[in-house]
Write a protein that binds this ligand. Structure first.
Ligand code: A2P
Length: 217
């Protein structure tokens, strides 16, 4: 009935506690500010602007909205295939409302999105849907590869793009493309993967306390 349909959310995920949200936003802003000033980034500016001479302010370029979270299952109130099964999965029901510690292991930037990669633990992988990595050219990536927190999107870009951008970078790595190591920054090592794709592997992953819950909108 309609009440049953109502009980399936827009999405399930881990929602970062507010104090750590501030820290993650600050780290991301610092990274964008630094990236903006690097000669290597300026050399590839055309990826972001479409024009060689134009400048870009990355902090303005990306818009952030809502609370920071790592989506596990996008359900669209039960319209997405498999989402009812996910909502009824015993592991999901048991963990609902529980606290977790997410490990944010990298930051990545593309002309479309900026996000943080989440490295899931074995326990956290129990809440990860089996088909999340099936989209795009990433069919053979390990379970959990897509896990991320969207930190911002360029104008006109939907947040679903962040996970796809991450999968693209990981697929390149899997194909053996090492990328171009640009420099060792205070936060970690910065690598360029072409076409405006940048990845900063964090020297010290950010430990982010988060509550497993859902969002209805
Ligand atoms: P993400 O998890 O990358 O942030 P929206 O605001 O567009 O309705 O999206 C709500 C949340 O669900 C966002 O966090 C978004 O992306 C995620 N999301 C939206 N569509 C999908 C999808 N098709 N597959 C996976 N996640 C999605």
């Amino acid at each position: 009935g309609s009440l049953e349909e109502m009980s399936i959310p827009l999405y399930f995920g881990w929602f970062l506690l507010s104090s750590i949200q501030d820290k993650v936003r600050c780290t991301s802003m610092d990274f964008l500010k630094t990236l903006d000033t690097l000669e290597a980034f300026k050399k590839h500016l055309i990826d972001f602007t479409g024009k060689a001479e134009k400048e870009v302010d990355l902090e303005q370029y990306f818009q952030a909205k809502g609370t920071l979270h790592c989506t596990t299952e996008f359900c669209d109130y039960g319209k997405v295939e498999g989402s009812k099964e996910y909502a009824n999965n015993p592991a999901v029901k048991e963990s609902y409302g529980s606290a977790f510690e997410l490990s944010l292991s990298a930051l990545f930037v593309t002309p479309r999105t900026v996000g943080a990669r989440v490295s899931l633990s074995e326990e956290q992988l129990l809440l990860w849907p089996a088909d999340a990595e099936k989209e795009g050219e990433s069919a053979s990536l390990p379970l959990g590869s897509r896990a991320h927190v969207t930190l911002g999107c360029a104008e006109g870009v939907e947040p679903v793009q962040t996970g796809l951008d991450l999968l693209q970078i990981l697929a390149l790595q899997q194909e053996g493309q090492q990328g171009e190591l640009i420099e060792e920054m205070e936060l970690g090592s910065l690598t360029y993967y072409g076409e405006g794709r940048w990845l900063l592997g964090l020297r010290e992953p950010i430990c982010a306390p988060a509550c497993f819950s859902s969002f209805y909108g």
